[in-house]
Write a protein that binds this ligand. Structure first.
Ligand SMILES: CCCCCC(=O)SCCNC(=O)CCNC(=O)[C@H](O)C(C)(C)COP(=O)(O)OP(=O)(O)OC[C@H]1O[C@@H](n2cnc3c(N)ncnc32)[C@H](O)[C@@H]1OP(=O)(O)O
Ligand SMILES: NC(=O)c1ccc[n+]([C@@H]2O[C@H](COP(=O)([O-])OP(=O)(O)OC[C@H]3O[C@@H](n4cnc5c(N)ncnc54)[C@H](OP(=O)(O)O)[C@@H]3O)[C@@H](O)[C@H]2O)c1
Length: 298
């Protein structure tokens, strides 16, 4: 019988936990951007394992809807929502104050919030560059700094997971701002693992491949083949895209007691898609032509 390529097997369905029940019972997990997309999927898997959750992002209404959804996850602990722009270090400190007062100092920080839109590099205004770099890199740093300072002062251990992107290594034509920011985020993982390891603070990166979801911004969705989570995709070695709960499982492992000797590492969950490079590749189409844009935003 002909052995047809089937791609990587589908994961178990949502609802299964990757770690023992209660792994995060009594632990507080703070997820930025936890009200949408992959952040919500990650928060869901921590909730399933008993964590108390804080989700933080700018839009209060959407956060509240997600807070209710997360509180209904079987096994979930308490769930709090904090409206916050992570570009504002004072607001970041207030989120930690509120989290400490309500639930305790977060044991785990997942830096998932980020900003991105496709643009030819030469078209980016100074403000467009700043918006993406300030949210993705500087916002991640403000959250990380606040988490680190509080744990250093308290003498307690903690674990950070930074959500990245594979163009931190490869560069990202059409996403120069986001790729530069994600390279910075990856660099922070490698630096801080060494600086803070002696104090019991772990920090790792987690890179999603293509994980389509309903909350994707129009800008990002427009540049992709529309596909349902886990759908078949003949252009990837896995022959499918990722299912958001697969990323959630990876995050719960990286921050768990079972990964205590793993730090400074960035785990790529993308079915080897980013390795698909060859000296013979599809014909070059300039980014400006791909995006259908004239020079300098015209
Ligand atoms: C490929 C797989 C990787 C996928 C990675 C992701 O999904 S990352 C996650 C994607 N999700 C998100 O990005 C959600 C959050 N995104 C956002 O809030 C927005 O998109 C944002 C990044 C622009 C930030 O919003 P702000 O409210 O801070 O900024 P604001 O709307 O004032 O815009 C700031 C500057 O960016 C410019 N700008 C905004 N969108 C632009 C676009 N599509 N092309 C060019 N420039 C743009 C604006 O004109 C402005 O510059 P001027 O003032 O000069 O006019
Ligand atoms: N989906 C993919 O295929 C893919 C691939 C590679 C990497 N990633 C990475 O995965 C992570 C999640 O992306 P996603 O696909 O789930 O996108 P998303 O749904 O657009 O998530 C971005 C989140 O960040 C929050 N956010 C943005 N700016 C913020 C700010 N200034 N302060 C606080 N929160 C802010 C947003 O909420 P508010 O707008 O309410 O603030 C939103 O919840 C990102 O780090 C992204 O780079 C995703």
């Amino acid at each position: 019988m002909e052995n047809l390529p089937r791609g990587l097997p589908a994961p178990p369905p949502p609802g299964a936990a990757a770690l023992p029940p209660g792994t995060y019972a009594g632990q507080v997990v703070l997820v930025t951007g936890g009200g949408t997309g992959l952040g919500k999927a990650i928060a869901t898997e921590f909730a399933r394992l008993g964590a108390d959750l804080v989700i933080a992002s700018r839009r209060a209404e959407q956060l509240e809807a997600a807070r209710r959804e997360l509180a209904a996850v079987p096994g979930a602990g308490r769930v709090a929502a904090a409206a916050c722009d992570i570009r504002d270090p004072e607001r970041v400190a207030e989120v930690f104050d509120a989290a400490e007062a309500a639930l305790g100092l977060p044991d785990v920080l997942v830096n998932n919030a980020a900003a991105n839109f496709p643009s030819p590099a030469e078209d980016l205004s100074p403000n467009a560059w700043r918006a993406v770099v300030d949210i993705t890199l500087t916002g991640t740093w403000f959250m990380t700094r606040e988490f680190g300072r509080r744990h250093l002062a308290a003498g307690t251990p903690g674990s950070i997971v930074n959500i990245g992107a594979s163009y931190a290594w490869t560069g990202g034509p059409g996403f120069s701002h986001s790729a530069a920011a994600k390279a910075g985020v990856k660099s922070l993982v490698e630096t801080l693992a060494v600086e803070w390891g002696p104090y019991g603070i772990q920090i790792n990166g987690l890179v999603p491949g293509l994980f389509p979801h309903a909350d994707m911004t129009e800008d990002i969705r427009g540049g992709l083949e529309r596909a349902a989570p886990g759908a078949r995709d003949a252009r990837q070695p896995a022959l499918r895209v990722g299912a958001p709960h697969e990323l959630g499982w990876a995050a719960t492992f990286l921050a768990s007691p079972y990964a205590r000797f793993v730090t400074g590492h960035t785990l790529v969950v993308d079915g080897a898609n980013w390795q698909r490079r060859s000296v013979v590749a599809p014909e070059v189409v300039p980014v400006r032509e791909q995006l259908g844009r004239g020079p300098f935003g015209g």
